[in-house]
Design a protein around this ligand. Structure first.
Ligand code: SF4
Length: 494
């Protein structure tokens, strides 16, 4: 037995429950309980619904958070609007670790928002969202994904005026700004427009007030956010796979700089000023998003398949078998195989039961984590020239261990093909990557990296070709981590 806390009407109610968690094992659902130690990691998934059809909004949000679990595994939360009062439950852990049926039964209402958290500050409950605040006009809850580059400056300005904060987080700062601007605005939408003029960076968030659900996407559209419908009810989500998970239909992506206001069964759109230059994070297609999602008009699955095909055209190699690094390289490997005619096979097995707590920072533990997590299938590998496709190399630790495993399993040659360009620069927009000195491609040449990895050849898909992979995308892309050129001045201070 363990203690959890349900926040209701600002009253702390202690609820005893078992770890039975809806009779679901922690490994059930789309997320397998592990994450990649050597990959860029995203910073959260968000979801919101305002029901006009008497849906169980907490239950639907729970399912949607399952579908978004790959975007964040450190915490999860759901807030519901119960006849004008916002109640919520949140905690650190995976979605099925945080919620059980008893908790969900307490979360009744017509509207709900949910959040899965990625943070480097693991175990700190203060970071878990949605955040729920009271202000002069009532209550609001927010689920947020992104990173502002001018948080310190804005925060300092507010603190000098006497504002107090409980966290260092962007959503608390944004809520505070909304509250201040709301005093001189006709409605909350007008306050949000003013806030968007102040904040700089990549963000998408969904805000739930006592009578509205409001979805906001940053003016460059760096973070994805889409709109769907379930019966007569509107839904917003970081990815369309979450809309699919609740049986909804994707209507469209929310435009860069757009504010979508949902009230009853009506939807209004406010388009704020944008530069005209959109910059969706290209890494959504390379790694971050789920392969069954569509973002800004393009299929993530098709983009990964195309990346593999283009890689085979750009950098062909004589080999006997194409394998993918599980799971992130599998679709690109299939594309490489289809284009090259080299058979596709499973050369690596991934242990799906390695829990988050196993993985600790530090180089030696990372190497151990890779060995525990992957193993080569000797019967498939032995005596063959292998093409191993992966989506990216960040530190290189994982790739080096995998090459070693493949050679130990009897591979005659190992040729590495990466379905994105060399990852050389840090991300300032909420994708967690090591600093430049730990990004292997920022320090070493391609040949040096090949030798360090112990591979027979190493090639990366060119950026030019990578940008062709989101077929049909109706947006431009941020490629900052490949080029060092970001869609805005990242030294921005005000
Ligand atoms: S810098 Fe890279 S990871 Fe960050 S938003 Fe841009 S493309 Fe995405």
């Amino acid at each position: 037995m363990q203690e959890k806390v349900v926040m209701m009407d600002n009253t702390l109610k202690t609820l005893r429950h078992t770890n039975k968690l809806n009779d679901m094992p922690a490994s059930a659902g789309p997320f397998d309980g592990t994450f990649d130690v050597d990959k860029p990691r995203d910073a959260c998934g968000i979801f919101g619904i305002l029901s006009c059809d008497n849906h169980d909004v907490a239950q639907l949000t729970y399912y949607a958070l399952f579908a978004l679990q790959h975007r964040g595994q450190e915490g999860a939360g759901i807030a519901v609007n119960d006849s004008g009062t916002i109640i919520y439950y949140k905690d650190t852990g995976l979605v099925p670790e945080v919620f059980n049926s008893t908790i969900l039964e307490h979360l009744k209402g017509r509207a709900a928002i949910g959040h899965v958290l990625y943070t480097t500050d693991i175990g700190n409950r203060e970071n878990v969202q949605p955040i729920v605040v009271k202000y002069k006009s009532g209550q609001m809850a927010m689920s947020y994904n992104g990173n502002l580059i001018n948080t310190p400056v804005l925060r300092q300005k507010l603190e000098e005026k006497g504002a107090i904060f409980q966290t260092n987080n962007d959503p608390e700062l944004i809520a505070s700004l909304i509250s201040i601007y709301r005093i001189t605005s006709n409605d909350i939408e007008e306050a949000i427009v003013k806030v968007m003029e102040d904040i700089k960076g990549a963000y998408s968030f969904v805000l739930m007030t006592q009578n509205k659900l409001i979805a906001v996407r940053d003016p460059f559209g760096i973070k994805p956010l889409c709109l769907g419908k379930l019966d007569n009810s509107y839904i917003v989500a970081s990815e369309s796979s979450a809309i699919d998970a609740v049986g909804g239909k994707l209507l469209r992506d929310i435009n860069p700089g757009e504010i979508v206001v949902i009230q009853e069964n009506e939807l209004r759109s406010i388009q704020t000023e944008v530069s005209g230059k959109t910059a969706l994070c290209i890494f959504e297609f390379v790694y971050t998003a789920r392969q069954d999602s569509y973002i800004d008009g393009a299929s993530v699955y098709q983009a990964r398949l195309e990346a593999g095909k283009l890689l085979a055209i750009e950098y062909p190699v004589d080999a006997d078998l194409v394998i993918g690094a599980p799971d992130s390289g599998l679709i690109a490997a299939l594309g490489f195989s289809r284009q090259s005619g080299i058979p596709y096979g499973s050369g690596l097995i991934k242990n799906r039961y390695v829990g988050r707590t196993f993985i600790k920072p530090g180089q030696s533990q990372r190497e151990m984590a890779v060995r525990i997590k992957f193993n080569a299938i000797k019967s498939e590998i032995e005596g063959k020239r292998i093409v191993m496709v992966d989506d990216s190399i960040v530190r290189g630790t994982t790739t080096k261990s995998i090459v070693h495993m493949l050679k130990q399993a009897g591979a005659k040659e190992v040729h590495i093909r990466i379905s994105s360009a060399p990852y050389r620069f840090p991300c300032y927009f909420g994708i967690d990557t090591p600093s430049s000195e730990h990004l292997v491609a920022s320090t070493y040449t391609k040949d040096e990296i090949r030798d360090m990895l112990g591979a027979d050849s190493l090639e990366y898909l060119s950026l030019e070709e990578l940008l062709k992979t989101p077929i049909g995308a109706k947006c431009g892309f941020c490629c900052g981590c490949f080029t060092g050129k970001y869609p805005m001045d990242v030294r921005c201070e005000g």
